[in-house]
Design a protein around this ligand. Structure first.
Ligand SMILES: [Zn+2]
Length: 147
């Protein structure tokens, strides 16, 4: 008897069903910079509950795909998988203040924002503030890496 047979019936993959990608625009559609591609990206963002500067940037061709732009993305379903903004989840879209942190006076403007998963944004903020504090103390990169 195989191991599978003793494990009982296979359970449905509920996590995948809850965390289904919301993208309505195909990757090929978004890769080309056409008015239709811009509208498709903006529509996808709207369906996720995103308004404001991120939607505006999509319409201006400054966001060409609905993808988490953080250096490290933690989403198990990938950078392009988002859940709606409301109710907020770890995988909801958020505007990340980059390169200037909000706490450093940065604003959510096209030159200082990138699309991020909520959790990826929070973790990156944590790392950035910790590292910035260590840099301000004069610590070397080696000291920071070992801290
Ligand atoms: Zn992410």
């Amino acid at each position: 008897m195989s191991e599978r047979a003793t494990a009982g019936p296979r359970r449905p993959r509920l996590r995948a069903a809850r965390h289904r990608p919301r993208s309505v625009a195909s990757v090929a559609e978004m890769a080309r910079d056409t008015p239709e591609a811009r509208k498709a990206v903006a529509k996808t963002l709207e369906e996720l509950g995103v308004r404001g500067v991120l939607r505006r940037m999509a319409l201006d061709g400054q966001i060409i795909a609905v993808r988490c732009e953080m250096p490290q993305c933690y989403c198990p379903s990938g950078r392009a998988c988002f859940t709606p903004k409301s109710p907020p989840t770890d995988w909801s879209p958020t505007p990340d203040h980059y390169p200037r942190l909000k706490s450093d006076g940065g604003h959510v403007t096209p030159d200082n924002v990138r699309l991020a998963h909520r959790l990826c944004n929070l973790r990156d903020y944590g790392w950035r503030t910790r590292i910035n504090a260590m840099l301000a103390k004069g610590m070397s990169l080696e000291e920071i890496a070992c801290n």
